[in-house]
Every structure is written in structure tokens, then in C-alpha cells.
Design a protein around this ligand. Structure first.
Ligand code: TYM
Length: 329
């Protein structure tokens, strides 16, 4: 079976629908056809300052959400990145293959460092995409399900794998991004031309947020001055985003929704989305609470995943070290 690896940061109290639609839904589906490795990337999280107690809590909350969404530990290797040292070890090798200018062209670094000033950003934030490449290459992943914002990091990963292979001989698998066009970029509800993110609190739709508060956010989502419900990302970004969300949560495709909502208003669209979203998150939240009630069991599941992940990643690392010319210990 072809391999999948993907990761998510434990840097918020909840995942949002952008994470879910852009990536996590595909993580769940790919379990049926692929050998799947999924990781909570706590090493990536500390590229910006994190409170230790909060990081520990959010790592468990992240794992609980993945389980509740349908990641099955019997089918997937679910693990915490810091429990697999080979990521850092392979990361160093990848850093030595990456050009300084090449790393400097990563737009996510440029965006993130622009906020606090590049001089105040950590070196870890700069090398972040290189560690991400190591995450992927350590598992010889063929496919990496992510949202549109990760495309450039995937391109870097591919380049590094090819560079290693041309220098040292065919060793690393060159991965393909798996980015579903319809849901590759979910937009902020209050600013529908900007991607939904953890740092846009007013316009994100969090899976674990109080349902009433989410309903309120949906109902006050920015639309436009027309009345027509039609998918048109250029002229009607807000309505188009709501249609994308409604499509996923009802299982009806967007053209069908356009027909169904002929003659109806934005209030109907928002009301139906609010109901569909609530129906999705209510049982999910209960399950997450259930997992969090037994943190020891959660930690055990992650430890089992970590052991399995170490086996695979250590294997890749040993081959890489050997090709480079390091002496075997
Ligand atoms: P992170 O934690 O920011 O986001 C997790 C996943 O959610 C996707 N995503 C979105 N998709 C659509 N619309 C949005 N508004 C939206 N916001 C977020 C992201 O594309 C991502 O797939 N660098 C990664 C984590 C990572 C990783 C990896 C991913 C570390 N190592 C190896 C894949 C493979 C990140 O920061 O994702």
C-alpha cells in the first residue's frame, strides 16, 4: 500500500474547519487505501513561544480530536513528533542540502516573521519547512494530504529528496501533495478573502468551540450586497465559502445547492449551515471529552504510535547515514 504522512500543529485549543476540510477529512479517508502516518508536530509548535502546560494540554487535545474525527490507531500510526528523534536527525541532513536563499523564499516564513520582525523570529521558524521535509521523507511517504498553504513546503520537500537522490543515489521517495481543490483553502468568515487561521479569532470556526458561539459566527458571516446564492469566488467570496462549507456538512455538491437555494436568502443559507455544523460538532465534542477524561490511555495510544514511527523513521535514517558516508556505530 502506498504511504501517507501528514502533520498538524498543537498550537490552538481546537482545530478549525479549515484544518478539517483542507486536510483532516482526507487523513481519515486515506486510511482505507494507504498505510497512514499522522503526527502532532510539537517540535514545529515551539518555533514560536509556547507555555509548557498549555502545549502538553493542546497536544492531548489535538490527539483526542484526531481520534474523534476517525483516525483509528489500529489502522494509522498516530504519534507525537518529539517522540521520534529521527525527525531532527534527518532534519539536520536536509538543512545541509538546503540553500540559505531557498529557505528564505518560503512565503509562510516571510508572512510569519513579518509580523514580529524577522530579527525577532527564531532560527527554528526559518528552518521549519526543512524539518517538515524530514517528517515526510523519514516515512518514504508517497502522498501528503494538506491544504493549499502547504504547497510550497511540499515543493521544497520534493526538491530536497531529488537533490539527496542525485547526490547519493536513489534513496528517498519523492512525495506528491494531495490537495483537494474544492476545499484547499477555506476562508475566514469575517474576511472571506483571507484564509481561515488560528490567528484570526473572530472569523474561524473551531470544532471545539461552544456551539452557540459558532452559530452566531456563521450567522454574522460577511457576504455581499446582492441576494443571489451562487458560487463565484471572485465576486462573492463570502457566499462561495459558505456554500463550500454547507456542501461538505450536508454531502450535497455545490451545483445542487445553487439549485436548492434558488429564491432563498442568505439567512436560509446561514441557518442551514449553522444546523449542519452543529449536528457535526456536537457528537464530536462529546467524543473528544471522552478521550480527554482518560489522558493515560491517550498517552498510551500515542506511545504505541511513537514506537512504530521510530522503527520506520530509524530505518530511513540508517540508510541515509550510510549513503552519506557516516560510519555505522
Ligand atoms: P497546520 O497545523 O497549520 O495546519 C494543519 C493542516 O490544515 C491545513 N489548513 C487549511 N486548509 C484549508 N483551509 C485553511 N484555511 C487551512 N488552514 C490550515 C494546512 O494546510 C495543514 O494541512 N506545516 C504544517 C504542519 C506539518 C506538516 C508536516 C504537514 C509539519 N510537518 C508534514 C504535512 C506533512 C502546518 O503548519 O499545518
Amino acid at each position: 500500500r502506498p504511504r501517507v504522512l501528514s502533520g498538524i500543529q498543537p498550537t490552538a485549543d481546537s482545530f478549525h474547519v479549515g484544518n478539517y476540510l483542507g486536510a483532516l477529512r482526507q487523513w481519515v479517508d486515506l486510511q482505507a487505501t494507504h498505510e497512514t502516518f499522522y503526527t502532532v508536530v510539537d517540535l514545529h509548535a515551539i518555533t514560536v513561544e509556547q507555555d509548557p502546560a498549555l502545549l502538553r494540554r493542546r497536544t492531548r487535545v489535538a490527539a483526542a480530536q484526531l481520534l474523534a474525527l476517525g483516525i483509528e490507531p489500529e489502522r494509522s500510526t498516530l504519534f507525537v513528533q518529539s517522540q521520534v528523534p529521527a525527525h531532527n536527525q534527518l532534519g539536520w541532513v536536509m538543512e545541509c542540502l538546503t540553500g540559505f536563499g531557498e529557505a528564505g523564499r518560503m512565503t509562510q516564513f516571510k508572512d510569519k516573521s513579518a509580523k514580529g520582525g524577522a530579527d525577532r523570529s527564531s532560527v527554528g521558524l526559518f528552518t521549519y519547512p526543512i524539518l517538515q521535509a524530514a517528517d515526510i521523507l523519514a516515512y518514504a511517504a508517497d502522498v501528503v494530504p494538506v491544504g493549499e498553504d502547504q504547497r510550497q513546503h511540499l515543493e521544497l520537500t520534493r526538491n530536497l529528496a531529488q537533490r539527496f537522490n542525485s547526490r547519493y543515489g536513489a534513496t528517498l521517495t519523492v512525495p506528491e501533495p494531495y490537495i483537494l481543490k474544492a476545499t484547499a483553502k477555506i476562508y475566514d468568515l469575517t474576511e472571506p478573502t483571507v484564509k481561515m487561521s488560528k490567528s484570526s479569532p473572530g472569523g474561524a470556526l473551531d470544532l471545539l468551540a461552544d456551539v452557540k458561539a459558532s452559530v452566531k459566527r456563521i450567522k454574522s458571516a460577511v457576504t455581499d450586497a446582492e441576494r443571489e446564492i451562487r458560487f463565484d469566488e471572485t465576486n462573492k467570496p463570502g457566499v462561495s465559502n459558505l456554500l463550500t462549507l454547507l456542501s461538505v456538512f450536508t454531502g450535497r455538491d455545490v451545483p445542487q445547492l445553487e439549485l436548492d437555494y434558488q429564491g432563498k436568502g442568505y439567512g436560509d443559507l446561514k441557518g442551514d449551515l449553522a444546523n449542519a455544523f452543529a449536528a457535526f460538532v456536537e457528537p464530536l465534542q462529546q467524543q473528544v471529552t471522552g478521550y480527554l477524561d482518560d489522558p493515560a490511555e491517550l498517552d498510551r495510544i500515542l506511545a504505541v504510535g511513537g514506537a512504530r514511527a521510530r522503527e520506520v523513521a530509524d530505518g530511513t535514517l540508517a540508510t541515509v547515514y550510510d549513503r552519506i558516508g557516516f560510519l555505522r556505530g
